[in-house]
Ligand binder design. Sequence first.
Ligand SMILES: N[C@@H](CCC(=O)N[C@@H](CS)C(=O)NCC(=O)O)C(=O)O
Length: 402
Amino acid sequence: MSTATATPFLNPLPRINPNNTKTRPKVRCLTLKSSLNKQNPPPDIVTSTTKLLWGKSLPPQLLISTVRLTWNSTWHLMMSQLAPSDPSGSYSRPVSQFRAKSLSPKPPRLHLYVGLPCPWAHRTLIVRALKNLDDVIPVSIASPGIDGSWEFHGSKSSRKEEFLVPGSDGVNGCKNLKQVYRLHTGGEYNGRSTVPMLWNVDKKQVFCNESYDIIELFNSGFEEGSGLDLEPPSLKKQIKKWNEVIYPNVNNGVYRCGFAQSQEAYDTAVSGLFSTLDMIDEHLGDSRYLCGDGLTLADVCLFTTLIRFDLVYNVLFKCTKKKLLEYKNLHGYMRDIYQIPKVAATCNFEAIMDGYYKTLFPLNPGSIRPTEPSCCTHEFLSQSHNRELVSSADKRFSVPAS
Ligand SMILES: N[C@@H](CCC(=O)N[C@@H](CS)C(=O)NCC(=O)O)C(=O)O
């Protein structure tokens, strides 16, 4: 097990509590001074230091260049932890450490850990729902903590929600995901505590933490559940080909845009992303789904990135060339999948927005969450898509060179 880069985010500065007895004397002193001059509020420490250094007029150029230099080096430091990069500044995603072994004829009791903002975890929730495995594979939903790691809050809600919401750890009773990974090792664990994670309940071990392995397993590893096959043998090669294009350029491509640490790395990522989206949009002009008339695992993997596109990636990850809404076929294709029974319930837009805008501190230091775009509401996404009219003409599969 490697000791991969751990939690990416820095803690914010502690807030000063005026009721805290330790800080009260200073506050009283300032209050006294300020009461002598009611026009001016009490100076804070930054203002006082600044005045001490530069007198009343701080040269703006000096302020800007000092803050710029400091912020720039701190930003690179934070980003190198949040998003490991190669020498050109391109984001390279660490590989998952626990890969699925094939299931024995009698699968162990399994429990799924997810977080709602995460597109990789979202894949597993959709396949679990479409395969009707809700009772076979119970789920615990974590939420991102202030330092970016996954935590469990609240108790199991008895209320039937419209969509999935975060809650407690329903199988191990842990407070955060790191504790669960530590149960596996029996103590220390310095690897990444990522979602999705499939837990072997009987052995108290991590069974797998790679989303694609998990969705393949959900699709074909259980006798229970629906008979729907999202990876029919006849389409396996096509699905694999699509994944090989979509994973680096779109799923991970949006992260390569957002986490780029140089202009050159960003330019490369953004051009790969949009040329791939253009190509898929054209393909979807006469194919209802990626591999024809039936939904496959490749569509599920594309969908979880598309549903976050205008909501988050377009703004926060600077995927600005086009909004998904501007695509002739891609937006209808996304609505088509969104409207498949049980899929909308896996999409919690509030949790997705909070998870990105409030947690990815180095990309959004003020943590201000923008307003939900009107094209991303449940009502808008429920509008008719007419995708059933798309011809199923025999279109030979080909992935144009990008
Ligand atoms: N390759 C993994 C990626 C999983 C992943 O990166 N999950 C992120 C959330 S989107 C995570 O849990 N990060 C927490 C961390 O790195 O500590 C998969 O597809 O399952």
